[in-house]
Design a protein around this ligand. Structure first.
Ligand code: PEP
Ligand code: MG
Length: 890
């Protein structure tokens, strides 16, 4: 490698400014999102203060070296600082015209507020004088200096923030002022000295007067912040993996706190809650950027800027247009106005709710910014979940306590909790809670995730709380200023009404209302944009989407959500009702076939009625009915009281029941007497279930309901099991037909679940007896990995924490292992029967990542729970597009 190449391979810093911009938007992995987009905005001519970005590789190197800065880094920083000095015509640490910089984190995936930032770097006892002269504003210069000592002490050196606060309060008292902004120059000078003492006392060193020392330490702090607990938690909760580390952005400072003609704000190019094409955001006059995002002061809506500075508002609208035309995506921007001049400090793809995501892409197709394919690929399928969530019923009575900002839509009710830890504990104990905070800080992230909703008394709809909540689709009301929150006493007061922790409150994320008591919720209604996107998805996808449902009600919901049939009707769920469990228990406890048949006869009418109901809901669509699957002891009473009740009902001795329950006990029930093994030993169960299916079908047909049953035999491992049970099924069908004198055609396909590895490996012979395969990926995962489905709680968290597994294989398919078995089975099965219909009905049917795999092995259908049907429809379309792209590239 030539020397020149080696240098560029080791390049750690990319500059952005007029004359030289080295990065661009495609370099997110290397420069982080913030760095890449600062470079991009500079290139397209937007007003960005110049600066440079240290690469994410540097962060990885720093961590790998055991928290040591690479030795060439400081030299490279210095040479870029010289370029920056030249461009800004200011000098770092200078006594007359000092250059100040900000140091900010920025990873490839945005993690709002989770890592560290330091502002105003470069101020020292000497340069603060220069800043005062340069700006003609001594108070401002002193204020910037005290902010630096505080922020540097807190973020870089770990001095607790409240130690500075206490000193500040003392000085304000001494100067008889209540607001920070009322402290005059002499007060600020005293504050600076006091801050320096706090700094020295808690760090053992003087506040650094060498600006490069400040810079070096701040860069290191930002690199370190990649692995602070809240950043790790955020990555875990948001499933952010595989990133190198954070970039570090060093940028010349602009000030939004230079007086009444300055300000700072955050905005979205479209409304991130609803997706409406309206400029949406907030700003504060005479403030620094951190004041907006940290939610300390409640800002004004950006529309109000029209009155304050119409010229700047116009400029911002132009920026919105430029950014959207360039990125073809909704942007989230940060800006600062310094003495009437607008500067852009950040742009990134804006986080949005599921509803907004759908509206934005559909609108953008109409605006001809993107095509339908891009639109389909851009909405994360899982986000549709939020559109399927309930809202408060408009008819329900609402005792509205107060109103805040509607920061993230949805409806949530629960007991108020005042700390993040409490939110987690109470939720784990089964309570629904609302996390109530004055303002949320990134430290609250775990509590925000656990709570049903988030309520704050300060902060705007662009504060971190709101941004994070929206990303999760979690209901949030922010800035409800009339709430007086006493976290210590665990009370909230609104207009003299005290709410205790034992009273439920409700929050409406679409209106901002805070309501006393629980409010009735209603099912979601689908917007026209949702319907449009779904119609594009249906046109694009290749796989059919069915649902797992075992009641007429669930079937009807699933059908409304677009299910094209039932892929798994678990018949065992039908035996739990109060009237059914008794005959079921009788059947299980019977000691001979005769008694068993008597009990089964009692169950038959229930089953038949259930099937008729489901066929009615699914009129004209296929319904795959699975024969009884779980181990029988699951139906038996374990407590003495219920055992005695059963003995009385069955007119047998209590001891008899106890003995039979013990007899039926299995050490390893998931691998025991279940699935098709039950019907091998007790064929009369199969006969009863098939009879119920066929009678229900004939009854429906006679009522002109188009019933299309399919019979599925579970847990087959050996082809001869299936052969035998198929024969019995066919004979039973024939018998019922004759008994019911049904002359018409009854074409009932008989298939099997593939959920035992042996069945997958011998699929060619199994297929000889099957009209279809349905992969039971829950059991297939259990048996391939050898992990008991019911016992993973003890070791799975460690496997994930220690990166032995990247994800829980019961949630997302292990495509390498379990996937291989599916691929083999499909291939072997179709070698025997070219058109063998193959589908999947395990939980993975609702997981977008697994769906991509199912498309790649050309399954015909996926079946998932009713509420995941729309997600599966979109994910299946995305899978088709992604698999097409892959074939194109291969
Ligand atoms: C499966 O094993 O994936 C399946 C669908 O069946 P069950 O979950 O009922 O065992
Ligand atoms: Mg199973």
């Amino acid at each position: 490698m030539s020397n020149k190449n080696r240098v560029s391979a080791n390049k750690r810093i990319y500059y952005f400014g007029t004359g030289l911009t080295e990065g661009n938007r495609d370099m997110r992995d290397l420069l982080g999102g913030k760095g890449a987009n600062l470079a991009e905005m500079t290139s397209i001519g937007l007003p960005v203060p110049a600066g440079f970005t240290i690469t994410t590789t540097t962060c990885a190197d720093y961590i790998e070296a055991g928290s040591k800065l690479p030795k060439d880094l400081i030299v490279e920083i210095k040479s870029n600082m010289r370029r920056l000095e030249k461009e800004t015509q200011k000098i770092f640490g200078d006594t007359t015209s000092p250059l100040l910089v900000s140091v900010r984190s920025g990873a490839a995936v945005s993690m709002p507020g989770m890592m560290d930032t330091v502002l105003n770097l470069g101020l020292t006892d000497k340069s603060v004088v220069g800043l005062a002269e340069q700006t003609g504003n001594k108070r401002f210069a002193l204020d910037a200096y005290r902010r630096l000592i505080n922020m540097f002490g807190d973020v870089v050196m770990g001095v607790e923030h409240h130690l500075f606060e206490t000193v500040f309060d003392q000085i304000k008292k001494r100067h008889k002022v209540s607001e920070d902004t009322d402290l005059d120059e002499s007060g600020l000078s005293q504050l600076i000295e006091a801050y320096k003492s706090v700094y020295k006392k808690h760090t053992g060193e003087n506040f650094p007067q060498d600006p490069y020392k400040q810079l070096e330490k701040a860069v290191e702090a930002v690199l370190k912040s990649w692995n602070i607990p809240r950043a790790i938690t955020y990555r875990r909760l948001n499933d952010i993996r595989g990133l190198l580390g954070t970039g570090v952005n060093i940028q010349s400072m602009v000030f939004g706190n230079m007086g009444e003609d300055s300000g700072t704000g955050v905005a979205f190019t479209r409304d991130p809650s609803t997706g409406k094409n309206e400029f949406y955001g907030e700003f504060l006059i005479n403030a620094q950027g951190e004041d907006v995002v940290a939610g300390i002061r409640t800002p004004q809506a950006v529309g109000k800027m029209k009155k304050w500075r119409p010229d700047i508002y116009e400029q911002l609208l132009k920026v919105k247009k430029t950014l959207e035309s360039h990125y073809k995506e909704m942007q989230d921007i940060e800006f600062t106005i310094e003495r009437g001049k607008l500067y852009m400090l950040q742009t990134r793809t804006g986080k949005r709710t599921g509803a907004a995501a759908v509206k934005i892409v559909v609108d953008m197709v109409k605006e001809k910014r993107i095509n339908q394919k891009t639109a389909l690929l851009r909405v994360p399928a899982n986000d549709l979940n939020q559109l399927l969530l309930p809202s408060f019923s408009p008819k329900a009575k609402r005792h509205v306590l107060t109103k805040g900002l509607p920061a993230s839509p949805g409806a949530a009710s629960g007991y108020p909790v005042f700390t993040a830890d409490d939110a987690v504990t109470r939720t784990e104990n089964g309570d629904s809670v609302i996390l109530v905070r004055k303002e949320t800080s990134p430290e609250d992230i775990h509590g925000m995730h656990a709570a049903a909703g988030i309520l704050t008394s300060t902060g705007g709809s662009t504060s971190h709380a709101a941004v994070v909540a929206r990303g999760w689709g979690k209901c949030c009301v922010a800035g409800a200023g009339e709430l007086v929150i006493d976290a210590k006493r665990k009370t909230i007061t609104v207009h003299d009404r005290k709410i205790t922790p034992h009273e439920i409150i409700s929050i409406d994320g679409s209106t901002g209302e805070v309501i006393l008591g629980d409010v009735a919720k209603q099912a979601p209604t689908f917007t026209k944009e949702f319907k449009t996107l779904m119609s594009w998805a249906d046109k694009t996808r290749k796989m059919v989407i069915r649902t797992n449902a075992d009641t007429p009600e669930d079937s009807a919901i699933a059908r409304k959500f677009g299910a094209e049939g039932i892929g798994l009707c678990r018949t065992e769920h039908m035996f739990f009702g109060e009237k059914r469990i008794m005959p079921m228990r009788e059947m299980i406890l019977s000691e001979n076939s005769q008694d068993r048949k008597i009990a089964l006869k009692k169950l038959l009418p229930f089953q038949r009625k259930d099937f008729e109901g489901i066929f009615h809901s699914m009129n004209g669509l296929p319904v795959t009915i699975r024969l009884l699957d779980p181990p029988l002891h699951e139906f038996l009473p374990t407590e003495e009281k219920s055992q005695r009740k059963l003995a009385r009902a069955m007119k047998v001795k209590f001891d008899h029941i106890v003995r039979r329950v013990n007899q039926l006990h299995e050490v390893n029930p998931m691998l025991g007497h279940r699935g098709c093994r039950l019907t091998v030993t007790f064929p009369e169960i199969l006969e009863m279930q098939v009879t119920a299916i066929v009678e229900a079908t004939i009854n429906c047909k006679r009522k002109r309901i188009h019933a299309l049953p399919e019979i599925m035999i579970p847990l087959v491992g050996i082809d001869t099991e299936l052969a035998m049970l198929r024969e019995l099924t066919e004979k039973t069908i024939e018998r019922v037909k004759q008994k019911k004198k049904f002359k018409g055609k009854l074409d009932i396909p008989i298939g099997t679940m593939i959920e035992i590895p042996r069945a997958a490996l011998t699929a060619d012979v199994v297929a000889q007896h099957a009209d279809f395969f349905s992969f039971g990926t829950n059991d297939l995962t259990q048996m391939t990995l050898g992990y008991s489905r019911d016992d993973i709680g003890t070791f799975m968290p460690d496997y994930l924490d220690k990166n032995i597994l990247e994800f829980n294989p019961f949630e997302s398919l292990d495509t390498t292992g379990v996937g291989q078995l599916i691929e083999v089975a499909v291939e072997k099965g179709r070698n025997t029967k070219t058109k063998l219909k193959c589908g999947i009905c395990g939980e993975h049917g609702g997981d977008p990542a697994s769906i991509i795999f199912f498309q790649s092995v050309q399954l015909d259908y996926i079946s998932c729970s009713p509420f995941r049907v729309p997600i599966a429809r979109l994910a299946a379309a995305q899978a088709t597009l992604l698999n097409q792209q892959l074939t194109l590239f291969n």
